[in-house]
Design a protein around this ligand. Structure first.
Ligand code: IMP
Ligand code: MG
Length: 172
């Protein structure tokens, strides 16, 4: 069993998600929102967020993988599973667990923009700006964290610990 210490509590995460939802409720008032969660890491975040939205919401998912192993990606990205629905003319909110090097999103955003959504916004639960290699325009960030490897609330280490209800630091 790896040693994990709490970085962000379940209560703090839920409070912040409510604030992020309130902002979307204001910004998209009178519109429909098409949420796209990036699997697997964003599942808890996208569900908790969706439950707090008051406009009509559609939900879709896509899965991407970065090549590489352990805690590092080598810069290449692959769409493992594309979303099911067209995003054309929709108000799309892309929901990510964490933006680290920025590699994944700097690859994905132009692809999604080329599908001609009415507008496209990116929100992430976590951001590690110290690790950025590619600049990414992020519309809302739950928590800015230092350069530490975190697990829980959807985030994994070797596919484990996604189910932890808090964000913890994995001490390796
Ligand atoms: P990128 O480096 O911004 O492309 O992030 C790629 C992916 O790396 C994220 O979507 C996460 O799945 C994963 N990742 C980055 N940092 C962490 C971390 O601290 N814990 C768990 N997964 C991470
Ligand atoms: Mg991952």
């Amino acid at each position: 069993m790896d040693k994990i210490s709490v970085l962000i509590s379940k209560e703090a995460i839920e409070t912040r998600i409510q604030e992020m939802a309130d902002k979307l409720n204001r910004d998209y008032e009178g519109k429909e929102v098409h949420l796209v969660g990036i699997l697997k890491g964003s599942v808890f975040f996208v569900c908790e967020l969706a439950k707090r939205l008051t406009m009509p919401v559609q939900m879709d998912f896509m899965a991407v993988s970065s090549y590489g192993s352990g805690t590092e990606s080598d810069g290449r990205v692959k769409i493992v599973m594309d979303m099911a629905d067209s995003i054309r003319d929709k108000h799309v909110v892309l929901v990510e667990d964490i933006i680290d090097s920025g590699t994944t999103l700097s690859y994905l955003l132009p692809i999604l923009a080329s599908r001609q959504p009415a507008d496209l916004r990116l929100i992430t639960l976590l951001s590690k700006p110290d690790r950025r290699k590619k600049e990414v325009a992020i519309d809302d960030i739950g928590f800015v964290i230092p350069d530490v490897f975190v697990v829980g609330y959807g985030l994994d280490y070797a596919q484990k610990y996604r189910n932890l209800p808090y964000i913890g630091i994995l001490e390796v």
